[in-house]
Design a protein around this ligand. Structure first.
Ligand code: ZN
Length: 232
């Protein structure tokens, strides 16, 4: 039986948040989606997020931060920098790291959930530590402490669910297949940093950026387990 609560899903338009939406639909009586445009290079993702919300007839709030994030901190995801190198402020982190992104997105999602007047705030995010890109704000320990912070700040119980935290990309494809939405995952999500919409067996993208490489690798592993034709 579904929980009689509303889950607020952070929907980016990419494959991970799409599967999070499927996860939430199976567990909660009501699901709403929040998409934040923060000046990411792949701005086209927000268009895909809107379409996904429409597909599942889910209330969708689109928040546009304009150039705020870009003003606050450097990230190759927000400008034309080289995505393959290290972050200018930390040699340990990839160039695509956006400082405090998940902290900000979760705060905004919590505000949306709070506005619904529910007794408990259930937030869902597609953070994943398995194919760890080195983003510290994707770690399980960070999300757990963020939930405590938001609960204290709002004086209401807040849970942050990250159903993909320990999943591989191949398992994420399997989750979509189990929900009967594999085709939609492939054709109706966009994860590519270059915003390339070219459609392949593994999904849409340029095939060369780190996000596409990860997605392709996951598809190939998934295909092997399912004995589907591998990506040419
Ligand atoms: Zn790409």
């Amino acid at each position: 039986m579904k929980e009689d609560l509303t889950a607020t899903v952070l929907l980016s338009g990419g494959q991970d948040s799409f599967v999070c939406l499927l996860w939430a639909r199976e567990r909660y009586a009501r699901v709403e989606a929040v998409t934040v445009a923060y000046g990411q290079r792949h701005a086209l993702e927000t268009f895909y997020a809107t379409r996904v919300a429409q597909r599942f007839v889910i209330p969708h709030r689109l928040l546009d931060l304009g150039g705020l994030m870009r003003e606050m901190a450097p990230s190759a995801l927000l400008d034309d920098g080289d995505l393959s190198g290290a972050h200018p402020l930390s040699a340990e982190l990839p160039a695509s790291f956006v400082p405090n992104r998940n902290g900000l997105l979760l705060t905004l999602a919590a505000n949306h959930a709070y506005s619904l007047g529910e007794p408990r705030l259930e937030l869902v995010i597609g953070a994943c530590q398995t194919d760890y890109s080195g983003y510290p704000d994707c770690r399980d320990v960070y999300l757990k402490s963020k939930a405590v912070e938001l609960s204290l700040g709002l004086d209401r119980p807040v849970s942050i669910h990250a159903p993909l935290m320990w999943k591989t990309k191949a398992e994420i494809f399997s989750m979509a297949e189990a929900a009967g939405e594999l085709d939609a995952l492939i054709s109706e999500t966009l994860t590519c940093y270059a915003g390339d919409e070219a459609l392949h067996a593994w999904g849409r993208g340029c095939g060369a950026c780190p996000a596409c490489q990860l997605r392709m690798k996951g598809w190939n592993a998934f295909s092997e387990t399912r004995r589907l034709p591998a990506n040419p």
